[in-house]
Design a protein around this ligand. Structure first.
Ligand SMILES: Cc1cc2nc3c(=O)[nH]c(=O)nc-3n(C[C@H](O)[C@H](O)[C@H](O)COP(=O)(O)OP(=O)(O)OC[C@H]3O[C@@H](n4cnc5c(N)ncnc54)[C@H](O)[C@@H]3O)c2cc1C
Length: 356
């Protein structure tokens, strides 16, 4: 792991501020077996602490300590892998898994729209027309990360035009009618190959269908999807709190108690997350998972603020810069990752109103 950590530590600022290394993130993660974390051994996984998606959550957290851009790429790839692991389409899984695990094929997840749909927040943006035993896809996905221009597959939820139950299907970069935009010009996380995709009459044969019943399937994969996403918060908060604690210990120590309390809270929230993902309670008790995601996002804001306060004015000195500015920018991404904090608060309010 030392080499991956070194590579990330050396390149984290570049990954955040430029596109120059965007093609190197996947190979760097794949070379360390990152995408195999939590995948069953029989399907090409690597042994880990838990042997399930919790290993991927901790793997993403570990990468996010160094670079949230790399952790987000990891999340996109590993989420797509998780969709295949939880799909009954074993032929698709067996066909794609080896190249996803070794990083030669990029997997992207266009499911933010689907997760909002699941919470009743917006309609699906991809429509499907029945075509033989498969579908023709039309629509647009405004944001997708890990769209390596060379070769990618992406997952999207599809609303059949005949009004039948939505499904989840994939499409591939080489398919006729798939139009990838240039990378979006972002203020941060620029090495993430984030772009938009337009789908025009794209053929999605039955073999491309990941789940025939999107609502039930999305609810089932949501704990893994959200859990891995929380990995980014866990890693970033831990990195900022580590720095804050080093600086506070060497200085007047005024913030020591607050930092220690935040570290304790992070430990407790991480344990709750891992337990809930493992025992399946978040499949039915989505609100408790939403609350955890919100609490972790708040902890990230608290952590970067504590790092700033511990450093004081020194945080502004270029010659003393040690990643603080990047972590501050990275922390701004945490509340807007799908489902955004705004979306989760709306979903919780709706749930509370329905259960009154
Ligand atoms: C760098 C980057 C990479 C991304 N990568 C991916 C990716 O790989 N896959 C993916 O699926 N998505 C991706 N996204 C999209 C991301 O998940 C969305 O930004 C997220 O879902 C937030 O949605 P939003 O922008 O609509 O903001 P929201 O937080 O939903 O809302 C913004 C504002 O709009 C209001 N609003 C929202 N919905 C409604 C509504 N129905 N009616 C009225 N008002 C409403 C809110 O109240 C709020 O004021 C990425 C985004 C970024 C910035």
């Amino acid at each position: 792991m030392a080499t991956l950590h070194d590579w990330l530590a050396q390149n984290a600022d570049t990954l955040d501020q430029s596109e120059s290394l965007s093609d190197e993130v996947m190979p760097a993660l794949a070379a360390h077996g990152s995408f195999r974390a939590g995948v069953p051994l029989a399907l090409g996984g690597e042994p880990g602490e838990y042997g399930d998606v919790r290993d991927a959550i901790l793997g993403i957290a570990d990468v996010a300590r160094y670079s949230v851009t790399a952790a987000f790429v990891y999340w996109g790839q590993r989420s797509f892998i998780e969709y295949l692991l939880q799909s009954s389409n074993t032929a698709l899984r067996d066909r794609l898994l080896p190249s996803l695990l070794d990083g030669s094929l990029a997997g992207a997840t266009g499911l933010s729209n689907a997760m909002k749909f699941l919470s009743g927040m917006e309609p699906l943006s991809v429509q499907g027309t029945a075509d033989g035993d498969g579908w023709r896809l039309n629509g647009k996905l405004a944001w997708i990360t890990n769209l390596r221009p060379q070769r990618f597959v992406a997952a999207a939820a599809v609303a059949p035009v005949d009004g039948s139950t939505p499904l989840v299907a994939m499409f591939a970069s080489g398919d006729d009618g798939v139009q990838r935009s240039d990378n979006l010009q972002l203020i941060a996380m620029r090495g993430s190959h984030t772009a938009a995709v337009r789908l025009e009459n794209v053929a999605a044969p039955a073999d491309y269908v990941i789940a025939e019943q999107a609502p039930e399937w999305l609810a089932r994969v949501r704990p893994a999807f959200l859990g891995m996403q929380c990995g980014m918060s866990i890693g970033l908060a831990a990195a900022s709190l580590d720095k804050a604690s080093q600086v506070a210990a060497a200085a007047r120590g005024q913030l020591g108690e607050q930092i220690a309390a935040a570290q304790q809270a992070l430990k407790a929230l991480t344990a709750q997350l891992l337990d809930g993902v493992a025992d399946g309670r978040f499949v039915t008790a989505a609100p408790s998972m939403f609350k955890l995601r919100i609490a972790l996002a708040e902890l990230v804001q608290q952590a970067v603020t504590l790092e700033l306060q511990a450093k004081g004015g020194h945080a502004y000195l270029v010659q003393e810069e040690d990643g603080f500015a990047r972590r501050w920018r990275e922390s701004a991404f945490i509340p807007v990752i799908t489902p955004s904090i705004t979306q989760l608060q709306a979903a919780l309010a709706k749930h509370a109103a329905a259960t009154q």
